[in-house]
Design a protein around this ligand. Structure first.
Ligand code: SF4
Length: 294
């Protein structure tokens, strides 16, 4: 039986002490072990950012993409070898801004990859600029007087992208056991799964701290009447976010929406029994065609 340590490398993390990336790493490695997966059954595709530096600290097949291009790389890997579990790990900048176009179309395609967004609501690696999920009024190097644009609601966006949106969830890096449960379900889900992780950047985001988040988060599953197959209810919940000068309001955590839909790979019978990379490539002889030009 694999353990979370099986996914460790010999390298030591260089994240700032207290960074939310530690909680996400604990939850993800715990989830993989809980699912009985070995490192050789998992492909991690990292975007650029502090979370992306995890490419040095995760054992498995690892690909470190260009900024915003982790999703197309993951889609190519999945289609070449649909027997593997493919997990994208990127930030709110890489996946919702630079890679936002790829994100939209991967959701629409419902390709079977799990997308874990280290959503610290700021660009951390580049030392603190506003991101699409920064809260109104957050003072950063690019918004010295405070952010004036409305925050992107990533869960609302994902739910609204298409009728084939199939798994939308949010976790909190300060509650790794709960986050682990969500990630287990996301990896088990066949189709595109989004896990947006509220993950404090303790160095550059002075607003969305562990304390700030702990005071506001609650779990959807605590309401026994919550039905994660009800998309309109999920959409309504996805807009719940603190607003106003003191951040009044609550933040739901858990699986907002989950529904079985046909995944992208299911449309291709050619790869159902043998992954593409194992198939014999028949190269036709071009000699006859070339003769026409002799
Ligand atoms: Fe984590 Fe922020 Fe430090 Fe990056 S800058 S390692 S996100 S705390």
């Amino acid at each position: 039986m694999p353990t979370p340590k099986d996914f460790n490398t010999i390298n030591k993390q260089t994240w700032c002490p207290g960074c939310g990336n530690f909680g996400t790493e604990t939850a993800l490695k715990g989830a993989l072990a809980e699912l009985g997966l070995n490192p050789e059954k998992v492909v991690f595709v990292f975007d650029i950012g502090c979370c992306g530096n995890g490419n040095n600290w995760y054992r498995g097949y690892v690909f470190h993409s260009l900024h915003g291009r982790s999703i197309p790389a993951a889609e190519g890997i999945k289609m070449a070898n649909n027997a593997e579990h493919v997990i994208v790990i990127g930030g709110d900048g890489g996946l919702y801004a630079e890679g936002g176009n790829h994100f939209v179309h991967a959701v629409r395609r419902n390709i079977d990859i799990t997308c874990i967004v280290s959503d610290n609501q700021i660009y951390g690696l580049t030392t603190g600029q506003a991101s699409p999920t920064s809260d109104l009024g957050l003072k950063t190097k690019t918004s010295p007087e405070g952010v004036v644009e409305a925050r992107l609601q990533p869960l609302s966006l994902t739910l609204a992208i298409s009728e084939d949106t199939s798994f939308v969830a949010r976790g909190f890096a300060g509650d790794a056991p709960h986050l682990q449960k969500i990630i287990v379900e996301a990896i088990k889900h066949k189709g595109f799964s989004l896990v947006d992780v509220l993950q404090p950047c303790v160095t550059f985001n002075y607003l969305n701290t562990y304390d700030w988040l702990r005071k506001r988060v609650y779990k959807l599953e605590d309401d026994k009447n919550y039905n994660p197959e009800n998309k309109m209810l999920a959409l309504e919940k996805s807009f719940e976010w603190p607003i106003g000068p003191n951040g009044e309001g609550k933040i739901p955590l858990g699986i907002f929406y989950k529904k079985d839909k046909k995944s992208f790979e299911d449309h291709f019978p050619q790869i159902q029994s043998v992954p593409l990379y194992k198939q014999e490539v028949k190269v036709p002889s071009l000699a006859a065609s070339f003769k026409e030009f002799y």
